[in-house]
Write a protein that binds this ligand. Structure first.
Ligand code: F0G
Length: 450
């Protein structure tokens, strides 16, 4: 059921078809190169793109900008303790700042780090410590059609194979990402989190939870895990996070703010180490790279994120969007995640090979037909992997309404109608860092063979 009404609005415009064609070409068929004013419905990411509540805006005005000992920081400490159950917090400018602080404290060269699936920045920060990030998803994670409730789970079987290969002493950290963004945003069960805790104990490793979308995950647990059918979302979230030794958090997701993040832990020694690194890379540990007002807004956002009415509105909106797309024949990954609908472009364009980037073609066609911006997460973003050719249509929190989604669905229908006639794309530039080429690389249409 809808839980919000608007108090402030932002004008959006649909550029004409001719403008969209020109914009696409000028952007090198890479939607990261578009100006936001050229986009009508922006589903590039759910990160930092949501609307804050009136209570958060009020907190912003009361934010305490003191360099040390800010009252806003105390509010954040209280919120993290109440909502997530951790007593020590180190604020950072966003999630990847928290990754740098925590993984720099925990890892040394040659270490190996299993995760259900590493998000791009997690992988990069672990590699940056000369350690080796290893993905341990369960088998069905990359099957867009399997109807299982917790496709985001961590595979203990794969992790044990990693221990066998490298030895437990080389694995000081085990990570679980909830929800599993890089595996179509799929949910993780509390039972699985408990097993990862046991596994970390067995090999004497620190257990880290990447908690970016912890509240959305807790909602799925309440719907899908029998043991928690009668538990409140807030209790589920605390229980699941409570198995970890430390959290890395991007406040731009379930902190319901536009900027911010933190590390949280009950381990006092680790906390001290993180504070030292935070001073080096982020700022004094009571603001850590955030303005005091943003810290204050995040403290309120964390509490709002676990409210039943918010989560019902949020998850139901994304689910319905996915169902609408499926109803007109768009192949969507099931079940729908909490933050995005993932479309299987490989199935949509069977005539395009992976080298012709079917996902990027779909992303561009959605822009061409309706000014909609999504993001490719297939062969263009992840070269040399055998992932499905997905396009993520991420839903900013508390931002868009039914009419916006109707427009995206009509746009997708227009793409479906011409699906057999669209041609592929090829790289037109060669970025220096292939792992992050999808942010900057330019493309061009593959010349037709006639
Ligand atoms: N971990 C996960 C699971 C994420 O999804 C992200 C960000 C981060 C860490 C890093 O957080 O952006 O605050 O530095 N995901 C965004 C996305 C960018 O679009 O999925 P950050």
């Amino acid at each position: 059921m809808v839980a919000y009404k608007s108090k402030m609005v932002e004008r959006i415009r649909l550029p004409s078809r001719e403008q969209r064609e020109r914009n696409l070409e000028a952007a090198g068929y890479n939607l990261f190169n578009l100006s936001s004013e050229e986009v009508f419905v922006d589903l590039l990411t759910d990160s930092g793109t949501g609307a804050m509540s009136d209570a958060q805006w009020a907190a912003l005005i009361r934010g305490d900008e003191s360099y040390a000992g800010s009252r806003s920081f105390e509010e954040l400490e209280e919120a993290v303790a109440d909502v997530m159950g951790f007593s020590n917090v180190v604020p950072t400018h966003q999630g990847r700042g928290a990754e740098n602080v925590l993984y720099g404290a925990l890892l040394s060269a040659g270490d190996v780090v299993p995760n259900n699936t590493h998000f791009d920045t997690t992988r990069a920060h672990i590699s940056n410590q000369d350690a080796d990030p290893v993905d341990c998803p369960i088998d069905v994670a990359h099957d867009p059609d399997a109807e299982e409730p917790f496709k985001g789970n961590f595979s203990l079987e794969r992790a044990r194979a990693v221990v066998e290969e490298h030895g437990a002493e080389r694995i000081p950290v085990v990570v679980q990402t909830i929800t599993n963004n890089s595996a179509a945003g799929q949910a993780v069960s509390v039972e699985n989190t408990r097993k990862v805790r046991e596994f970390a104990d067995e090999i004497d490793a620190t257990f880290v939870i990447d908690a970016c979308r912890f509240a959305e995950n807790a909602y799925f647990v309440s719907q899908r895990e029998e043991e928690f059918a009668d538990a409140s979302i807030a209790d589920i979230a605390r229980e699941q996070l409570g198995y970890a030794d430390a959290l890395v958090m991007s406040g731009k997701k379930d902190g319901l703010v536009n900027a911010g993040g933190f590390v949280a832990t009950d381990d006092d020694a680790l906390f001290e180490q993180c504070k030292q690194r935070a001073i080096l890379y982020e700022g004094f540990p009571t603001y850590g790279g955030m303005a005091g007002r943003d810290v204050a807004a995040m403290a309120v956002g964390l509490r709002e994120a676990v409210e039943d009415a918010y989560l019902e509105d949020r998850i139901e909106q994304v689910r319905e969007f996915g169902a609408q797309l499926a109803a007109v024949g768009v192949p969507v990954y099931t079940p729908t995640s909490g933050h995005a609908v993932y479309v299987d472009a490989g199935e949509l364009f069977p005539h395009l090979d992976a080298e012709e980037f079917p996902g990027q073609v779909l992303a561009c066609e959605l822009y061409r037909e309706g000014g909609v911006r999504g993001v490719e997460l297939g062969s263009f973003a992840f070269p040399d992997t055998d992932r499905p050719e997905l396009v993520r249509l991420a839903v900013p929190r508390r931002t868009y309404h039914r009419e916006h989604f109707d427009h995206v669905v009509e746009t997708a229908e227009a793409v479906l109608e011409k699906r057999e006639t669209v041609s592929g794309l090829q790289l037109a530039s060669d970025p220096v860092m292939p792992e992050i080429r999808h942010f900057t690389a330019e493309l061009e249409p593959v010349p037709s063979s006639q």
